[in-house]
Design a protein around this ligand. Structure first.
Ligand SMILES: [Zn+2]
Length: 369
């Protein structure tokens, strides 16, 4: 029998086997897929499939792989994953390659888990922390997050073509920055509260160091990176920020744990207005709530000024959400239902979160951006 829980006192860390980043990395996918594999189930985000399919197919075929390719645009539901897995199973693949945005990667992870074969993720935008992790964000048909099952292993490889990501709309990288920036505060809060990471163990110290480095890279290089998007070459600052957003942010959350910033997204996803915003925009606002709850005025000041500078949302108003008493109570109640809401010092409650949200609104609504 394989044990399903870690032995007492054990602390677990996991990561992809390989991480490859640089302009033109898309053309290297076949080289890494060929290492031990011969039949690939290829999932392509239909939004960008026309642009990337010929290159991916050429690369995989050059690696000697037989390809079964499908374009996907569906929601990440248990039913859609089961349907895709059944279709791909006919060709007996020994590897999944998923290329596109978050939904495509999560559908690919679902197929990988269902067929018990490895996955290579190829993110074509850098909007969140998902590509490196075992975690699958699973939704219902109304796009409500209902479960976060995990694959047994992290992706075998994560291949990040920075030229492709540079050409994507600015809001995606901005979202990734908001998601990544919170990690040092969330890993810190988890450690202080004696909380658990995604492996249900206490964190090792490495994820804290990764999250702290992620934060300093983002403060230093984000403004330049955002300016350099779409340029003729990929600048060093843009490379640094993509590494922080895709690699460091992913390793930090999976191994270091999450806290109030991510718990707040549960509330924001349930409200009209805020629900339509990208994950990282919701996390950015959630981080300001977390820092207010912790009473960390210096970091609140630093982070909110940074949000001003790069144009990340700072208030419910910025997110297009209401801020009346009923809405705040609904959001706080939903946030407290997330297990990582327990990773907070002082201990968070519905009332303490309402107080923190009111404080964020009143402090920042009055201050010109
Ligand atoms: Zn996140």
């Amino acid at each position: 029998m394989v044990p399903t829980t870690a032995p007492p006192g054990a602390r677990i860390y996991s990561s992809p086997l390989r991480y490859v980043q640089g302009p033109g990395a898309l053309d290297q996918v076949g080289r890494f897929a060929a290492l031990g594999h011969s039949r690939a189930a290829l999932l392509l985000d239909s939004f960008i499939a026309d642009e990337i399919e010929p290159r991916l197919v050429r690369s995989l075929e050059a690696g000697g792989l037989v390809i079964d390719c499908r374009r996907v645009s569906d929601e990440v539901t248990a039913g859609n994953i089961a349907d895709l897995a059944a279709e791909f199973a006919v060709g007996r693949p020994d590897l999944v390659v998923a290329a596109g945005g978050g939904k495509t990667l999560d559908l690919g992870k679902g197929v990988s888990a269902a067929l018990s074969i490895p996955i290579i993720t190829v993110p074509t935008i850098a909007s969140n922390d998902g590509p490196t992790s075992r975690v699958i964000a699973q939704y219902d048909d109304e796009h409500r997050l209902i479960a976060t099952p995990t694959m047994s292993f992290n992706p075998e490889a994560v291949i990040v073509d920075t030229a492709l990501i540079s050409g994507a709309p600015r809001r995606f990288l901005l979202s990734g920055i908001g998601d990544a920036l919170a990690k040092t505060f969330e890993a810190g809060a988890t450690a202080r509260a004696g909380g658990l990471n995604s492996h249900s163990t206490a964190p090792l110290s490495l994820p804290l160091a990764i999250a702290a480095h992620c934060y300093s890279v983002l403060l230093r290089d984000s403004a330049s990176a955002l300016r350099d998007l779409g340029g003729p070459t990929v600048s060093a600052e843009l490379e640094n920020v993509i590494e922080a957003v895709v690699l460091m942010s992913g390793l930090a959350f999976e191994n270091g744990g999450l806290s109030l910033a991510h718990a707040m997204t549960r509330g924001l996803m349930a409200e009209s207005g805020s629900s339509s915003h990208l994950h990282g925009f919701q996390v950015a606002y959630g981080l300001l709530v977390q820092l207010t709850h912790e009473g960390d005025e210096a970091e609140f000041e630093r982070v909110s000024r940074f949000f001003d500078a790069v144009e990340l949302p700072r208030t419910l108003h910025d997110l297009g959400a209401a801020s009346d008493d009923d809405t705040l109570r609904r959001m706080a109640t939903a946030a407290m239902s997330a297990p990582h809401a327990r990773h907070s010092t002082p201990t968070a409650s519905v009332d303490s979160l309402i107080g923190a949200m009111e404080s964020v609104e009143s402090t920042l609504e009055e201050r010109p951006a």
